[in-house]
Design a protein around this ligand. Structure first.
Ligand SMILES: [Zn+2]
Length: 607
């Protein structure tokens, strides 16, 4: 026997079997019992809430020859015929497909004939709002003077589209969305009867997605069963309902606030593998952050997918989520300017999971008044420290270095733990300050510039081509958190011994430059892939532009000088004056040389 959809197979056959509409089914049963039958009913409500099922049961009960306390017996000839759809006196019309005036006119013509099998001729018009205006008018005529033996049951999901003149001539029943618990109960029952194994958690998910519609809930069960014939697994329910990603997004946000960068990047990878776009992920993160912030502001109506999610996020300061939204918006903006869609996303992940560690707005820091007082005291002391440092460093011409602000933040971190002894810090912390200042001086920038310049001096098209060639393979050799870094780096020039990697974001330049293990791993992987040793020189995007410009400028003079010398020789030999032509030629050769050095991607502006 062909597979029968659960929704059809388990369509309720009695009023008592209809889930979640007790008020309506009780009223209808009473009407049958007392034989107080109106001529027109209007069943309104969301899809899948039991309107058509109730209409069918009601039509069957109207014609049942052996009523059981207002319920159809399901045993008599009429009941059996009705269940099989072969009862001549029950006429079902789908207005969505039969919306013409003719169909309704036909009803009007036939309505006068008495029922052939049962007591009532029942017209069930589904999606009645779909009827054309002409058809509505024809129907109205019939409803105005209905024959004694005729009952109309009109069903609609869009009550507002049904003309008031029709509504006023019917007895109206509003079907409500079915409670999630009722949906779960019904699904459990059906699955038990079908001898299908299930995880209760899975049914909760399905009930959530079905949004009060039994038909949708059972359709989802059908879909899952079409994969796996004998079980309803939580994982499958997540996948089929699209909730897998929702849960992942919630986990992703948690990973960000917990500063678990690796975990966050791994979740992102899974989301991308599942077919989500980077924009999609960022949008979802923003939406969820907003939802979380609403919850933190006391709006308890929000429901989350992960159990105890509210409890988990309540330990995080709401400023943190503001910042995440901010960073995600930046990333969305960056997306518009790059073809490498994943880079802004990965950068976002790293920033959002790390950049806020030293934030003094952290809830834990300022919980009690005594802590606030203690922090104020520390702040004052630090201010004095900075002042004195500024004085001493003015002599060494380092007074404007921005790392003083970094120093302030760093001092806050350890002091959080020892708020009771705020006087312990000052003297010890002067050392790291000096050290920090040294690493970022102009001298080190100059050093970096020289290194890059050195590579450029010896750069060849061959070497850069080699590096670019192995770049995708290099990517696949790294673990996921490092892949993100590689996405931010771009090989821009290479000599026989060194390769210059341009770092797209300043933040990463500093971080990657300090990360010796990463640089070593990259170098060793490059060596494996190219069978040649290249040392890595990192350059920040902004510095790269500057160095390249300078290099081209200086070499322009050098090359021009060489050219001019040759030209002079030529001129002397050939005694010709080609100065104007030569100028154009010279420029082209300079550009060619530059292209050779930097690869084809580079366009050089002639200044
Ligand atoms: Zn019956």
């Amino acid at each position: 026997m062909a597979y029968q959809a659960l929704y059809r197979k388990w369509r309720p056959r009695t009023f008592d079997a209809v889930v979640g509409q007790e008020a309506i089914t009780d009223t209808l049963k009473n009407a049958i019992k007392r034989q107080k039958i109106s001529h027109a009913f209007l069943f309104a409500g969301p899809r899948g809430t039991g309107k058509t099922s109730c209409a069918k049961i009601f039509a069957k009960a109207l014609n049942c020859t052996n009523l059981q306390d207002g319920e159809p017996c399901n045993e008599c000839e009429n009941c059996k015929a009705a269940d099989q759809g072969s009862m001549n006196d029950i006429i079902e019309i789908d207005a969505a497909s039969n919306n013409g005036v003719d169909e309704i006119r036909e009803i009007r013509d036939k309505v006068k004939y008495a029922p052939t099998q049962g007591k009532y001729k029942v017209y069930i018009i589904d999606e009645v709002h779909m009827l054309s205006m002409g058809a509505f008018n024809a129907l109205l005529k019939t409803l105005e003077e209905p024959p004694e033996h005729v009952v109309f049951i009109l069903a609609t999901t869009e009550l507002q589209k049904v003309p008031a003149t029709i509504i006023s001539r019917t007895q109206r029943y509003n079907f409500k969305r079915i409670d999630q618990q009722d949906l779960v109960k019904r699904m459990s029952y059906i699955l038990e009867q079908e001898k299908v194994d299930f995880e209760p958690k899975a049914l909760n998910i399905i009930a959530q997605v079905a949004d009060g519609g039994m038909r949708d809930a059972l359709s989802i069960l059908d879909q899952i069963l079409s994969y796996d014939q004998d079980s309803i697994r939580y994982e499958d329910a997540l996948k089929i309902t699209g909730f897998a990603d929702q849960e992942k997004i919630e986990n992703l946000l948690l990973a960000l606030t917990d500063q678990k960068t690796d975990q966050a990047l791994e979740i992102v990878k899974q989301l991308l593998d599942n077919g989500a776009s980077t924009k999609n992920i960022l949008d979802e993160i923003i939406a969820l952050s907003v939802k979380v912030m609403l919850t933190l502001k006391g709006n308890e109506d929000q429901t989350f997918f992960i159990e105890d999610y509210q409890e988990k996020i309540k330990t995080v300061a709401s400023e943190r989520f503001f910042k995440i939204v901010d960073l995600a918006n930046q990333a969305l903006n960056d997306l518009r300017y790059t073809n490498q869609q994943q880079i802004p996303l990965d950068v976002f992940i790293v920033k959002a999971s790390q950049d806020m560690v030293s934030s003094i707005s952290d809830k834990q820091v300022v919980q009690s008044p005594s802590e606030v007082a203690s922090l104020k005291k520390q702040l004052l002391e630090l201010k004095q420290q900075v002042d004195s440092l500024l004085k001493t460093s003015q002599n060494s011409k380092l007074s404007t270095n921005s790392n003083f602000s970094g120093k302030i933040q760093d001092s806050f971190k350890p002091s959080n733990k020892k708020v009771t002894e705020p006087t312990s810090a000052p003297v010890q912390e002067q050392k790291p300050v000096k050290k920090k200042l040294n690493t970022n001086t102009k001298a080190s920038q100059e050093n970096n510039r020289k290194q890059v310049y050195h590579v450029l001096e010896n750069a060849t098209k061959q070497d850069i081509a080699t590096i670019k060639d192995i770049w995708p393979d290099l990517l696949s050799m790294l673990e996921v958190s490092k892949k993100a870094v590689l996405g931010v780096l771009e090989p821009v020039a290479a000599s026989d011994k060194q390769v210059v990697l341009k770092c797209k974001y300043e933040l990463w330049f500093e971080r990657a430059n300090k990360d010796n293990s990463l640089i070593n791993e990259l170098e060793s992987n490059i060596a494996t892939l190219t069978k040649h040793n290249y040392d890595i020189v990192l350059v920040a995007d902004s510095s790269w532009m500057q160095v390249r410009k300078e290099f081209v400028a200086s070499h322009k003079e050098e090359l021009l000088a060489k050219k001019l010398k040759k030209i002079e020789q030529k001129e002397q030999e050939a005694q010709k004056d080609e100065a104007s032509q030569v100028t154009a030629e010279e420029k082209k050769q300079v550009v060619d040389k530059a292209k050779e050095l930097f690869g084809d991607l580079v366009t050089i502006k002639d200044e």
